[in-house]
Design a protein around this ligand. Structure first.
Ligand SMILES: Nc1nc2c(c(=O)[nH]1)N[C@H]1C(S)=C(S)[C@@H](COP(=O)(O)OP(=O)(O)OC[C@H]3O[C@@H](n4cnc5c(=O)[nH]c(N)nc54)[C@H](O)[C@@H]3O)O[C@H]1N2
Ligand SMILES: Nc1nc2c(c(=O)[nH]1)N[C@H]1C(S)=C(S)[C@@H](COP(=O)(O)OP(=O)(O)OC[C@H]3O[C@@H](n4cnc5c(=O)[nH]c(N)nc54)[C@H](O)[C@@H]3O)O[C@H]1N2
Ligand code: SF4
Ligand SMILES: [Mo]
Length: 680
């Protein structure tokens, strides 16, 4: 990096656009051409000047030697990664010529877009949906992350967001459920630390003792997917101890008696063997929760990535209703936030161009979709995602991506596993090279970001790329003439009822790129049709929250055979496969490993550090064993996602994950798989 004189440098305001609930405010040192240094924006109302290790050296990502800077065309085998540089004109011409022929011969449905939250910022995240609706392509059901949790919340609370993250310290009892909060929600974890200093009691419910464990007084390790049983058993204890707030329920949860009537069977003695937690601990947890003044549950999504993820969400989220926890500041729940309503996203997703006759394909079943010979996918366009690595059923995904008759286009910043399979590779820019809107899923603090530097090489934002492709396809609508920055300006200018509640000062601050908190809803204004919590919903197949065992529980059969329940969890140093270009972070993360209990390892003749084979009916994966008392018997944990080339065998951990979907929400069931483990 060239040395610049300090007079030419200045600090530009920005925010983190990655798939993380925090959406930290950033200050970027730049000369307008390069970025030199990144730090937290201390004027950001939520994230207040500190950021994680991943973004602390964002300049190393932006100016990484491996950035894809030009369009390229494949010269080698699919998957090999050999490409030659071409121009944008050639790239667009080739894509559009192929697509026009495919649409003529097979219809638009043979083209499939694939994207998730590589950029979580609103424009880059959503704009492809409008383009592909216009194209008449197959629709993608984007449910790899938290849609089971979303479906469970929708059934119980609608869009009720819960408390503001800055109010965590108001709670005197915090239950962190299925979330490695220190890794994945840094600023909520900082607030938990603050709460603890003020005397709050902190408990974690997870499948193993995560790196967040030191934040809590106690961790409860549940058998994967048994959370519904734990929650219902807590409810049973609350009822028996007279800790149910019936006045609250009468006012806010009509029909609640039907739910209360089912609770007596869920005793801690029943839940003990199901959850793996001793009955007396369940009883103590329930009593402490029920006696707290403002108990708070912080929801991750980990517990919901199971075949019973949605109903378990209903079970857990019933607890704050039973105790009337919403009445006290800091009480209730956190984890159902959506700030995207602050903008009109229709202009990005274009529901008016959506043809309901066109099929939808679930992103968690990409392998199956690419193997379907009845109505084949002949072209795949990937942006904002790395499905070769992150999607379940990796073996079938890679087989599909290898198909010679599949025309694959990948718009990427780095040579990911997926990019290696591209026929045409397009260069994507980073968040300092374009403007966008930051609408986090962890707080209601939104922000507009503006370009800090010009795009490097010939990189283009997602929006600018779709505009080029639209022109190549001959689309005539005026919208394709808007630049990324024009579109941003229009979206900021467009009136919106939520943002209109701001005073003039907030509006000004927002227009100037500051993070500004949206007006917070009244915690008792439940965002359902009748404004009530739904503990009893006769029109659902499960009218009240109930315990339904998940798939891995049935396979492992409560530890009676040698199957183990496989949980996939996030790594502290990386964000899914984002940031895996950063050598220092990867070194800190270490090699791919499977965490397993001492006894499970000994039973199989495995010692810490041994090479092992982990397998099921889907695939066989080579890993290192990390023997640890932090993982309970019967459960094994794989933290992080590793580039397949770095794995000792042919596949990564996702080859062991099935393409099964959750009970509601059509979500991934990433942590609901059983495996056998043997020495290599
Ligand atoms: N450093 C870092 N930050 C990230 C990410 C990352 O990969 N790394 N990922 C980002 C993404 S995509 C997301 S969605 C967010 C939020 O990610 P979330 O999924 O909401 O939260 P995590 O912290 O990943 O929660 C996963 C935890 O759930 C646990 N778990 C799995 N199954 C069960 C179960 O059955 N019961 C219970 N109680 N626990 C279970 C796992 O052991 C793990 O500790 O984080 C984002 N932030
Ligand atoms: N084993 C295992 N599997 C998992 C998970 C896990 O914890 N363990 N987590 C699951 C979860 S919660 C999720 S959300 C998914 C995440 O799956 P993905 O959303 O696919 O996440 P990433 O692997 O981070 O890939 C995002 C890609 O987008 C690219 N990108 C970033 N910005 C832009 C941009 O502006 N334009 C374009 N075109 N590309 C951009 C990045 O370079 C990166 O390669 O993975 C799921 N799979
Ligand atoms: S990844 Fe998350 S914690 Fe790190 S800077 Fe971005 S928003 Fe903040
Ligand atoms: Mo996610």
């Amino acid at each position: 990096m060239a040395q610049k004189t300090s007079e030419k440098k200045y600090w530009a305001r920005s925010a983190c656009p990655y798939d993380c609930p925090d959406a930290c405010g950033l200050l970027i040192e730049t000369d307008g051409k390069e970025i030199f240094c990144v730090k937290g924006d201390d004027r950001h109302p939520v994230t207040r000047g500190f950021i994680c290790q991943k973004m602390a050296h964002y300049e190393q990502t932006v100016h990484h030697k491996d950035r894809i800077l030009y369009p390229m065309k494949r010269t080698g085998r699919k998957g090999e990664g050999a490409f030659v540089r071409i121009s944008w004109d050639e790239a667009v011409d080739e894509i559009c010529t192929r697509w026009k022929a495919l649409i003529r011969d097979y219809g638009g449905e043979c083209i499939l877009p694939y994207s998730y939250a590589g950029a979580e910022s609103l424009i880059q995240n959503k704009c492809g949906e409008g383009f592909f609706n216009r194209l008449g392509a197959s629709k993608l059901i984007r449910s790899i992350c938290s849609k089971a949790k979303g479906a469970g919340f929708a059934q119980a609370y609608g869009d009720t967001p819960g408390i503001f993250v800055n109010d965590i310290p108001e709670s005197d009892f915090i239950l962190i459920w299925g979330c490695n909060i220190k890794a994945t929600w840094l600023h909520a974890s900082a607030k938990v630390v603050e709460a603890r200093k003020k005397g709050s009691h902190v408990v974690i419910v997870d499948t193993y003792e995560t790196p967040s464990a030191p934040l809590a007084h106690e961790t409860f390790c549940v058998r994967p997917g048994s959370d519904g049983a734990l929650a219902l058993s807590m409810a049973c204890v609350l009822k028996a101890a007279g800790l149910i707030d019936r006045d609250f329920l009468k006012e806010y949860a009509p029909g609640f008696e039907h739910f209360l009537d089912t609770l007596d069977d869920y005793t801690p003695e029943w839940a003990g063997p199901v959850t793996g937690i001793a009955p007396e601990r369940i009883r103590a947890l329930a009593l402490a929760y029920g006696r707290a003044k403002a108990p708070l549950i912080i929801f991750g999504s980990g517990y919901s990535r199971h075949t019973n993820g949605a109903i378990n969400t209903r079970c857990i989220s019933a607890l704050p209703a039973l105790t009337g926890a919403f009445k006290k500041k800091g009480g209730g729940y956190l984890g159902n936030i959506n700030s995207k309503g602050a903008f009109n996203t229709d202009r990005l997703t274009r529901p008016d161009w959506d043809d309901p006759r066109i099929r939808s394909i679930n992103m968690n079943q990409l392998g199956q979709a690419l193997a379907n010979r009845q109505s084949p996918v002949y072209s795949l366009y990937v942006y904002n995602s790395n499905p070769a690595n992150v999607a379940p059923g990796q073996r079938q995904v890679l087989e599909g991506l290898s198909r010679e008759d599949l025309f694959t286009v990948v718009h990427e910043r780095f040579m990911t596993d997926t990019a290696r399979y591209a026929d045409i590779l397009l260069p994507a820019d980073t968040s300092v090279e374009h403007g966008d809107l930051i609408t986090p899923y962890g707080s209601l603090c939104i922000q507009a970001i503006f370009p800090v530097i010009r795009p490097l090489g010939e990189c283009r934002s997602n929006w600018d790329t779709f505009c080029l492709l639209a022109k190549g396809m001959g689309f005539k609508e005026d919208i394709w003439d808007l630049s990324n920055e024009d579109l941003l300006e229009e979206m900021i200018r467009e009136p919106n009822p939520w943002r209109q509640q701001w005073d003039e000062e907030s509006r000004e601050a927002f227009a100037h790129g500051m993070g500004v908190v949206l007006p917070l809803p009244d915690p008792l204004d439940f965002k359902t049709e009748n404004k009530k919590i739904r503990l009893y919903t006769p029109d659902l197949s499960e009218p009240v929250p109930a315990y339904r065992p998940n798939k891995s529980m049935r396979a492992t059969c409560l530890g009676k055979n040698d199957w183990l329940a496989l949980v996939v969890a996030p790594a502290m140093e990386t964000l899914n496969t984002t940031f895996t270009e950063r050598e220092a972070l990867c070194l800190r993360r270490g090699e791919a490993a499977l965490k397993m209990n001492l006894k499970d390892a000994a039973d199989r003749g495995i010692k810490d550090g041994d090479p092992i084979t982990v397998y099921n009916d889907l695939a066989s994966v080579s890993l290192k064993a990390k023997v640890s008392e932090k993982v309970p018997e019967g459960t094994v944990v794989a933290e992080g996602i590793y580039p397949t080339a770095s794995m000792p065998g042919l596949f990564g951990i996702n080859a062991l994950l099935s393409q099964d979907l959750s009970d509601s929400g059509e979500a991934a069931t990433l942590s609901d798989n059983a495996v056998k483990v043997v020495p290599y």
